[in-house]
Ligand binder design. Structure first.
Ligand code: GLU
Length: 461
């Protein structure tokens, strides 16, 4: 049996980090088993679904690098499946359910149902459908009067599944009333279209959010009624904010695109979201996609909720930035901020930033120079040095400069390096001088907005 999984976003906004994590687990599982990863856009809620939102979600998935494997043949190279284009398939499946017996046409009006629900509530009964149309079994079926198609919960309606993350889960028949599978407008309900599609698409493992666990009861009954194989289920826990309530806008950014805008790298995002509930058997926290694919398994997914920890994400993102060559970082940083000397500057400051957007601040000293008080004799010695030998352009030149300054000033250690740093950068802290001084020299040659080391020192005289 070859593994087939799907990620089924509802296109009603950007891709949420929780959805992204579900997509990543599906993708890792498929890649680990050499199976197929499918995107199915669940857009039958016409009031809330939009094509723009679908585009945003697909763009977010592409940004994360989660390529999918198939879609409808007619839809262009990477069009996903869309439920709105499959309505006929659901209608036929509903006909089959009617023919097999467990479904029936229900002619009760919305008002009637609402009144009955209220009545049941007042009497302290569960608000289940009262089976009126089941008992009469569809008089008026031929009249074409508006109706829904309902599923009848059978006497043997208890369901037990072995969830691959949560273990055994059981539901009792009594907790369900007969439910609608096809609305009067001919569109399927979520529980029905999901089952029909998962069957049609030969999905072997349904890996999705915990909030759908309770839906599984209805879904398994539909599989049974149609004589279809029930897939494996794996329900992934919630993601919580630091206060342990469900992650929401209150806690900060919740969509993948917001993280992209804040300067996180897709590789770091995928790594971080993989760690939200999964742990590598070797205990490592920084791993490549290939490593995650090789090690991923559902039995290491934690059923307990995962807490989204931005500090950890920042740390991880920093790890990725520190390891990336400046030449690769440059185009990514340039989306936010660009200067002719950007690549060398990134190379000098990259170990001090955790997000791409922080590079601008970290390299501000190159363009902005605020002179600060330095011992006049030191400034004179430094100016003389730079006039005589030029500013160093690399490590060897820098070391030679330091040696000459030592003999000229009689200073060494901090007493030498602090005034040197202050004179050249105007700051007490910053990147290593051995890198910063050559950077300032080269940047001043490429960019009229940058003062050279000598021009800086001359401001102190
Ligand atoms: N469309 C559903 C959602 O966005 C997913 C349903 C499923 O995975 O079964 O929550």
């Amino acid at each position: 049996m070859s593994v087939r999984v799907r990620f089924a976003p509802s296109p009603t906004g950007h891709l949420h980090v929780g959805g992204a994590r579900t997509a990543i687990f599906n993708w890792l599982f498929a890649r680990h088993h050499g199976g197929a990863f499918i995107i199915r856009v669940e857009d039958t809620d016409q009031a809330r679904s939009t094509r723009e939102s679908e585009q945003m979600v697909l763009d977010d998935l592409r940004w994360l690098g989660l390529e999918w494997d198939e879609g409808p043949d007619a839809g262009g190279p990477d069009a996903p499946y869309r439920q709105s284009e499959r309505v006929e398939i659901y209608r036929q499946a509903a006909e089959e359910l009617l023919a097999r017996g467990p479904a029936y046409r229900c002619y009760c009006s919305e008002e009637e149902l609402e009144a009955k629900r209220k009545e049941a509530e007042a009497a302290g009964r569960p608000p289940h459908y009262d089976l009126k149309c089941w008992r009469t079994k569809a008089p008026g079926a031929e009249s074409g009067a508006p109706h829904t198609i309902r599923f009848h919960v059978p006497d043997e309606g208890d369901v037990t599944i072995h969830d691959l993350i949560r273990g055994e889960v059981t539901w009792k028949k009594e907790s369900l009333g007969d439910f609608i599978v096809l609305r009067s407008d001919g569109l399927p309900t979520y529980n029905f279209s999901v089952v029909v599609d998962d069957h049609e698409m030969e999905i072997t493992h349904v890996i999705r959010a915990e909030e759908h666990l309770t839906n599984t009861h209805r879904q398994v009954l539909i599989y049974r009624a149609l004589g279809w194989t029930v897939p494996e289920f794996a329900h992934v826990s919630l993601i919580l904010g630091p206060d342990r309530s469900k992650l929401s806008k209150r806690h900060g950014a919740t969509s993948v695109s917001q993280y992209a805008e804040q300067g996180y790298l897709p590789e770091a995002m995928v790594n971080y979201l993989t760690l939200l509930g999964w742990s590598s058997p070797d205990g490592r926290e920084v791993f490549s996609r290939e490593e995650a694919i090789a090690r991923f398994s559902l039995d290491r997914v934690n059923p307990a909720p995962a807490v989204f920890d931005v500090q950890k994400l920042d740390w991880l993102n920093g790890q990725y930035i520190h390891r990336m060559p400046a030449s690769e970082l440059r185009p990514l940083v340039a989306r936010f901020f660009d200067v002719p000397w950007l690549e060398e500057a990134i190379d000098v400051v990259k170990t001090s930033v955790q997000r791409l957007t922080q590079v601008e601040e970290a390299v501000r000293f190159v363009r902005q120079y605020e002179p600060v008080q330095v011992e006049r004799s030191f400034a004179e010695a430094l100016a003389a040095e730079l006039r005589a030998h030029g500013a160093p352009r690399g490590e060897a030149g820098y070391k030679a400069m330091v040696e000459r300054l030592k003999s000229a000033t009689g200073l060494e250690g901090k007493a030498l390096f602090m005034p040197l740093r202050l004179a050249v950068t105007g700051m007490e802290h910053g990147p290593e001088l051995v890198r910063a001084i050559p950077l300032l020299q080269r940047a001043s040659e490429a960019d009229p907005g940058v003062l050279s080391p000598l021009q800086r020192v001359e401001r102190l005289l």
